[in-house]
Every structure is written in structure tokens, then in C-alpha cells.
Design a protein around this ligand. Structure first.
Ligand SMILES: [Zn+2]
Length: 146
């Protein structure tokens, strides 16, 4: 059985000056991360100040959009916008760049779901100039990464 009986809602996020570039990129199908130019940390969630060293010297980098399921749960009861979308998968995905982000896994059958499952980002348009980064089981690479 699919863990996504119905399509998930895509409520628009609250956007502020620290996150506007991130959300604009999602609408264009790009996942950005912040990297600290002082200590090298890759920062999640997007913000102006590095949580590791408090430097404000940060830059945007393009994420690969690939990662692995770090943890997940199948929700059979939803609230608010998700009330009629059960069952759905809430998960932490560990990106190839290091950060773990809370997200949804879509397009996976129950039998596929597992900690460590390779996943890739998909974007669900909010209709408000942004898109929600969610993840689906990754297509196998046809060529090894060089
Ligand atoms: Zn830092």
C-alpha cells in the first residue's frame, strides 16, 4: 500500500528577509543551503548567523538535492491542512551536504521505506512564489559520481 493515499497540501511558508532567497529558489526547483565562510559548517535552517561560531559571514550554496532517510514515521492522523491527507510520511532526511531536515517522503510504498533509503528532492508549489522541498526514493544513478 502506498503511504500517500492522497496528495499532500502545500501551505505557503512564512517568508522573511533571511529566508526569501531560499524560498525563491525552491519555486525555481533549486534547493539552497547556507555555508559558513568562517568555520565551514553547512547550516540548516536558513539564517544569517552561523549556529556553530556565530559568524555572519555566510554564503548560499546549491545542494545536490540528494540524501538518505535518517528517521521517519507514518502518520495516520493529520491536523489542520493535513487532516484529509493521511497516511503521510514525516521524516528527517540527512542531506549529502550534512544537514538533517524535517520533510515528507512522497511516492514511496511502505515496503520501500527504511532508514538509509536514498532519496532525492521534489518541489511542491505553494502557488505563492515558493515550493516545499519534499523527497522521493532516488532513481539509481546511471553513472557513478565523479
Ligand atoms: Zn561558522
Amino acid at each position: 500500500m502506498s503511504t500517500q493515499a492522497r496528495s499532500l497540501p502545500a501551505p505557503a511558508p512564512a517568508v522573511n528577509p533571511e529566508t526569501s532567497e531560499f524560498w525563491t529558489a525552491t519555486a525555481e526547483g533549486r534547493l539552497l543551503l547556507k555555508r559558513c565562510l568562517n568555520c565551514g559548517s553547512v547550516i540548516w535552517y536558513p539564517r544569517a548567523i552561523c549556529p556553530e561560531c556565530s559568524s555572519m559571514d555566510t554564503e548560499w550554496i546549491a545542494a545536490s538535492g540528494r540524501g538518505r532517510v535518517y528517521s521517519y514515521t507514518v502518520n495516520h492522523r493529520g491536523e489542520g491542512a493535513y487532516q484529509d491527507s493521511t497516511p503521510f510520511v514525516l521524516a528527517y532526511v540527512e542531506l549529502d551536504e550534512g544537514p538533517r531536515i524535517m520533510t515528507n517522503i512522497v511516492g514511496a510504498d511502505d515496503i520501500d521505506l527504511a532508514v538509509g533509503l536514498p532519496v532525492e528532492v521534489v518541489f511542491h508549489d505553494t502557488g505563492d512564489g515558493s515550493a516545499l522541498p519534499r523527497f522521493r526514493p532516488a532513481e539509481p544513478r546511471t553513472h557513478p559520481a565523479s
